[in-house]
Write a protein that binds this ligand. Structure first.
Ligand code: ZN
Length: 138
């Protein structure tokens, strides 16, 4: 699927998803924060999606549609923000591997301005930040 189709799909939301895609997407949306595939599999088991391949295929389709994003750092999956102007910032903990998604207008503006200063227009932007979420002694 090309970028324009992905954007159109985002506009439509999750209305045109297959059953399995919808189950996986809804589970990720309910969670809010990024999830690893095996945790997601546990979550959707009760809804009848039991095969890991089914989950991976649904995730792959959802990524093609621009609805789901896979974090480079932890390989966890997250829903992307519903509106294209809302840029997700993922905070990834180096200690425990947890990650969560926040919105940050400041970071978004800074990234867009820096790109523009270099003659580059940002289409879609995601930011992954690594660090510590918890007590370093833990
Ligand atoms: Zn942590």
């Amino acid at each position: 699927m090309n970028k324009a189709a992905g954007a159109a799909q985002r506009e439509k939301g999750s209305n045109s998803l297959s059953r399995n895609q919808a189950i996986v997407f809804d589970a990720l949306k309910r969670e809010g924060n990024p999830m690893k595939a095996y945790a997601l599999l546990e979550r959707v088991k009760d809804e009848g999606v039991r095969a890991p391949m089914t989950v991976y295929r649904a995730l792959s389709d959802l990524m093609d549609m621009g609805l789901v994003y896979k974090l480079d750092t932890t390989k966890a999956y997250s829903v992307t923000s519903p509106s294209a102007s809302d840029i997700p910032v993922f905070l990834v903990c180096d200690t425990c591997g947890n990650s969560r998604m926040i919105g940050s207008e400041k970071l978004e503006e800074a990234a867009r301005e820096s790109a523009l200063e270099n003659g580059f227009y940002v289409d879609r932007l995601r930011i992954e930040v690594t660090g510590y979420c918890c007590n370093k002694s833990a």
